[in-house]
Design a protein around this ligand. Structure first.
Ligand SMILES: *[C@@H]1O[C@H](CO)[C@@H](O)[C@H](O)[C@H]1NC(C)=O
Ligand SMILES: *[C@@H]1O[C@H](CO)[C@@H](O)[C@H](O)[C@H]1NC(C)=O
Ligand SMILES: *[C@@H]1O[C@H](CO)[C@@H](O)[C@H](O)[C@H]1NC(C)=O
Ligand SMILES: *[C@@H]1O[C@H](CO)[C@@H](O)[C@H](O)[C@H]1NC(C)=O
Ligand SMILES: [Cu+2]
Length: 233
């Protein structure tokens, strides 16, 4: 009986988990994984279920990620190499992008309703060995467990949300079929950056179900080019 209860409780906890899905759960700074899962990255309350309604405010920091009250903030320097660790692996083809949003006050109190700058976008390269009719694009983050990028050296000091956005395209040839995997980390940026990150966009509103890169013209394995959604970097 005890064993049965244990199995049932494990099933209850794990039931919504799909194994091709992923979460960003840890921050990476200058090559080091920092802290425990969700110490600096806001949790969501929907396991690893992707977002498919681009009109939802959940597109900012995921469902349940509106507040960072139970999340710590990590200090990084503008120009540092930053990244995210992925719980499980990117199980679907698609781009990986990162946005930052400057918090008006404490990052932990900020819901992400302000402006976001796109600072990183990793999409595809050509697969030179692919023949006619094969998938000729290599998806950069497909099956990866981490990714890293440079936090622009011009980023002004302050508290920010750092938003990782993975976009799975395997059903994106259908309306609302694109799957967004989103998490926000809380960072304090130090240094002498004096740029003004932008152009700034808002979530929702920036992406429409019909935006190029959200709705794709052909099944993903048949694409010969891909442009990710979002403003200029
Ligand atoms: C999102 O909003 C657009 C524009 O108002 C609308 O056409 C679309 O049906 C909405 N999508 C969903 C999933 O509600
Ligand atoms: C997740 O949290 C949001 C608000 O923070 C709430 O609206 C939603 O119902 C919650 N979802 C679940 C599955 O608990
Ligand atoms: C590149 O194309 C070859 C030949 O079709 C295929 O076997 C291989 O899996 C492709 N590589 C990637 C990363 O898509
Ligand atoms: C990009 O891919 C789409 C869909 O496969 C195709 O219709 C379009 O002609 C391609 N554009 C270029 C510039 O290759
Ligand atoms: Cu999946």
């Amino acid at each position: 009986m005890k064993t049965l209860l244990y199995i049932l409780s494990v099933l209850a906890v794990n039931a919504p988990v799909a194994f091709c899905h992923w979460n960003y759960d840890r921050l990476i700074v200058n090559g080091q994984i920092i802290g425990d899962p969700y110490q600096y990255v806001r949790r969501s309350n929907d396991s690893n279920t992707p977002l498919q309604n681009v009109n939802s405010t959940d597109l900012r920091c995921n469902s349940g990620g509106e507040s960072g009250a139970s999340t710590l903030m990590y200090t990084v320097q503008a120009g540092d190499k930053v990244g995210f660790g992925v719980a499980a692996t990117f199980g679907h083809p698609g781009p990986q992008q990162v946005y930052t949003s400057n918090a008006p006050a404490a990052a932990a109190d900020y819901d992400g309703s302000g402006g976001w700058a796109r600072i990183y976008s990793l999409t595809t390269s050509y697969n030179a060995s692919a023949g006619q009719g094969d998938g000729i694009l290599k998806w950069a983050t497909y099956r990866m467990q981490t990714f890293q990028f440079t936090l622009p050296a011009s980023t002004p000091p302050g508290e920010y949300l750092l938003r990782a956005e993975g976009l799975a395209l395997h059903a994106a040839h259908k309306a609302n079929g694109a799957q967004f995997y989103v998490r926000c980390a809380q960072i304090r940026v130090t240094g002498n950056g004096d740029g003004s990150p932008g152009p700034l966009i808002e979530f929702p509103r920036e992406y429409h179900w019909i935006s190029p890169g959200v709705l794709i013209l052909a099944f993903w394995s048949r694409l010969s080019n891909y442009t990710a959604p979002g403003p200029s970097l």
